[in-house]
Design a binder for this molecule. Structure first.
Ligand SMILES: Nc1ncnc2c1ncn2[C@@H]1O[C@H](COP(=O)(O)OP(=O)(O)O)[C@@H](O)[C@H]1O
Ligand SMILES: [Mg+2]
Length: 342
């Protein structure tokens, strides 16, 4: 099959610049792109890469010239702006070329975390209670909001803007963090109920017939006596290996769960995936409260797909190795667009 691996970069890039697995991994620090490219080559597909920053014509021209059977879409930004993420699959849709992962609708519904939660609430899926502070008219009071609160940007990802100070114990702390986030990200801010509990990641594969992957869990080690570290996934806790090591933070298969919870997680994952029109692959971030309640924290269409990340690791746990996973994403893309899978 002819496959175009499409991804975003944060600098001007020539339409003919090519990328090797090594340059993606080392220079660009793009492990998902590196793993996917390497895998597609191993599967003996005919593969090209295209990086985009701000030149939409380069996409159209390359698709015209290369005529890929599928675009492996790994774009998260355009002109470094995450808000444009849905516009890339929208463009591919207009060009009538099959692409992997989510369509524009799922990305629009999930990238605005307040909108996601409003939809899920309508469908009686439990989410953290919340207020929205709009950038134009920031909240000045939180009324009878129950603390602690968790303050985060409405439209960011990858724990951007999530730090120790995200957990606010008082109205004053919450409003201060809110002001900071309005400035830093120039967008709206969510002030949420802080959900205590174990944190789990549930991957889902497919379009209509879904495979729910076994839950993964993030484990926060016990901090040394007298020291205090946040027990939630800050940017450091996710990405900084030295920090993870220091605080004993690791991701792995979920530790044993109370009876019925795995089934409930799986049912929640299926429902949420469908409500939000996700296809191809998705991942739910959830918390399991000490009372055994599942609370959806966030939903990710197009989650990161590096071999080491939770989705690929969870797939491997049920015998779906990386090559099979990548192949399934290609098949989902073709099936969705009505093309025969070859
Ligand atoms: N309401 C909440 N209660 C407790 N922890 C939260 C809450 N919201 C977010 N978190 C913590 O912050 C992390 C990042 O938040 P999330 O909404 O998943 O954003 P991102 O898109 O950056 O992953 C979560 O993995 C979780 O550890
Ligand atoms: Mg998350």
């Amino acid at each position: 099959m002819k496959i175009l691996v499409l991804f975003d970069v944060h600098r001007t890039v020539g339409p003919d610049e090519t990328f090797s697995v090594r340059s993606l991994r080392q220079d660009e620090e793009k492990p998902t792109e590196a793993d996917v490219l390497s895998c597609l080559r191993k599967l003996e597909h005919e593969v090209q890469t295209l990086a985009i920053y701000d030149d939409v014509r380069s996409v159209i021209q390359r698709i015209d010239a290369f005529k890929p059977d599928v675009v492996f879409n790994l774009c998260e930004t355009f002109r470094s702006d995450r808000a444009h993420e849905p516009n890339i699959p929208a463009l591919l849709e207009l060009l009538k070329v099959p692409y992997t992962g989510a369509g524009p609708e799922a990305l629009v519904l999930c990238k605005d975390k307040a909108l996601t939660k409003k939809l899920l609430t309508f469908h009686k899926v439990r989410v953290a209670r919340f207020l929205v502070s709009s950038r134009e008219r920031p909240l000045r009071r939180l009324g009878r909001f129950a603390f602690p609160a968790f303050v985060k940007p409405v439209g960011e990802e990858s724990s951007d803007g999530i730090a120790k100070a995200s957990l606010a114990r008082t109205e004053e702390e919450a409003l201060e963090r809110t002001r900071f986030l309005h400035e830093r990200f120039a967008g709206d801010v969510l002030i949420e109920e802080y959900v205590e509990g174990r944190e789990m990641y549930v991957g889902v594969l497919g379009n209509r017939r879904l495979t729910v992957l076994p839950p993964r869990e993030i484990f926060f080690g016990e901090p040394p006596a007298g020291e205090d570290a946040p027990r939630f996934a800050t940017a450091k806790a996710k990405w900084d290996d030295a920090y993870r090591k220091k605080w004993g933070i690791r991701n792995g298969p979920a530790a044993p769960l109370p009876p019925g919870v795995e089934r409930a997680l799986s049912q929640t994952a299926r429902r949420v995936y469908r409500i939000l029109h996700i296809r191809g692959v998705g991942r739910l971030d959830v918390r399991l409260t000490p009372a055994g309640e599942i609370v959806v924290i966030e939903v990710n269409p197009n989650p990161s797909l590096a071999k080491e990340d939770d989705v690929a690791q969870a797939a491997a746990q049920i015998g779906v190795g990386y090559e099979v996973l990548v192949q399934r994403l290609l098949e989902s893309a073709l099936r969705w667009s009505g093309e025969p899978a070859s």
